[in-house]
Write a protein that binds this ligand. Sequence first.
Ligand code: ATP
Ligand code: MG
Ligand code: MG
Length: 568
Amino acid sequence: TAAPRTNFIHHLIAADLASGKHQRIATRFPPEPNGYLHIGHAKSIALNFGLAEEFGGTCNLRFDDTNPLKENHEFVAAIQYDVRWLGYDWGERLYFASDYFEQLYVFALELIEKGLAYVCDLSADEMRDYRGTLTIPGRDSPYRDRSIADNRALFERMRAGAFPDGSRTLRARIDMTSPNVNLRDPVLYRIKHGVIHHQTGSAWCLYPTYDFTHPLSDALEGITHSICTLEFEDHRPLYDWCVANVSVPKSPQPPFAKGGEGGFVKWNPPQQIEFSRLNLEYCVMSKRLLTQLVTEQLVNGWDDPRMPTIAGLRRRGYTPAALREFCARIGVTRADNLVEMELLESTLREDLDAHAPRAMAVLRPLKVVIENWPAERAEQLTAANHPKDQSLGTRQLTFGREVYIDQNDFAELPPKGFKRLTLGGEVRLRNAYVIRCERVIRAADGSIAELRATADLDTLGKNPQGRKVAGVIQWVAAASACTAEVRLYDRLFAVPTPGASGGDFRADLNPHSLQVLNNCFIEPSAAAAAVGSQFQFEREGYFIKDVDSTAERPVFNLTVTLRDTWGK
Ligand code: ATP
Ligand code: MG
Ligand code: MG
């Protein structure tokens, strides 16, 4: 596993512990269950769980579920699965912001009693107009000076369902002329009738906003360091305002007591800290756009191996270790960044190179008949599963008169420097014999039907005498080859920053991001492997057995190609 790398948040936490500001730290990862997690979330997960682990603190998994329309159980389950799969464990510390709806309502009443919140009857459009802009100060709502008693009565009726959607909101009473637009009396509650919330069902028709819910959820859980991405920097004064203006509940109800010291949560104001989000070349990362790809069937679901979702990366063959190492390598800063795909891929290659057993696959088969090998003779050859790791053992290969090689490994008119099989030339079949191509057999249409060759029977495990062989190629014996489908994946988008030119991001999709090869031959050892098994198909790349596999027809996904080792 990766050695811990430090960053500015790390230093800040170390200082808070050293100064005694905190005895121990508590972080949280707060996904909204409105889609699957993506690799950007992995950065946040690795950071929050990583810091807790390193400093002996805790990290909560909290679903930030205040937008019931876009959220559901499927997403809740998928997120938990993905966090665990990445190697992080929240233990008992699973929370939902909706657990706090009752308490948040009590907080809102407290703000009303203090004259810090009011019920506003402006429509969304009117409110936008009153809010002003960066250069134009806002104007006070005509409802801003309602009496506390009226506000309380109206807010209670809002909860009771007396008013239609959009007719009223509860707003914080802060400052309509603040240079920070977020402080211009932000909305704390909106009315939504007829939605079934995945956790609270139809109990509520009143939903708190993110800006109100998030800081108070952090405070209720005793979070010390609330780490989020930079777009929330301007919300920090509002975050602090919310925490500062409500009181610690006198007798916290479960789940606040969960894991709290002595069952009581101390009101130690959490500190919001921002870092820059991960952007990755050739990807979109916003859940809105990922959702669009899925619903418009531009990909085959959230776990399509081309998706930058954790589920997609897993199906593509990314490993938790490689993703964690990638997160460590990209680091945590406040600078804008666009990470190169090559960094992600090379991190994965390192992991797979060390751990993936080798096997042979022929993706575009060309039959070779070895004429000096008797048809009935089968020879068992032993091949190492890994060139550097003997603990991965060996496997048997059955050599016979007919083998398949890749069409790309034979050329009638070889380009200069071609180190594979040519007419009259020799090549070594990996783990087996040196063969020489004697003749080309053509089909009626003139295409190459098969090759005729002879094997040098004195070349098993040793070089031929007095001559040099062009190269080494992979093969699969015809008698034991298994047919497989191989899905060759490329980048989902053809440009590094899809949609950046101002056009529709869908116009930047790579039309060649998936190529399906239906008639590949693979070794029986790979064909029989369990779904999720990973191999280096020698000279081709790393592949993973896909969940679409059947007993008759294994399916393999290209995870990542080998570094271009041609000619080495
Ligand atoms: P999106 O814009 O994709 O919908 P989000 O931030 O709304 O992302 P959440 O589910 O709310 O998605 O995110 C949960 C946590 O993950 C947040 O703390 C958020 O800041 C963090 N996060 C989301 N995207 C990234 C990213 N690209 N890089 C780093 N952290 C991210
Ligand atoms: Mg969010
Ligand atoms: Mg979002």
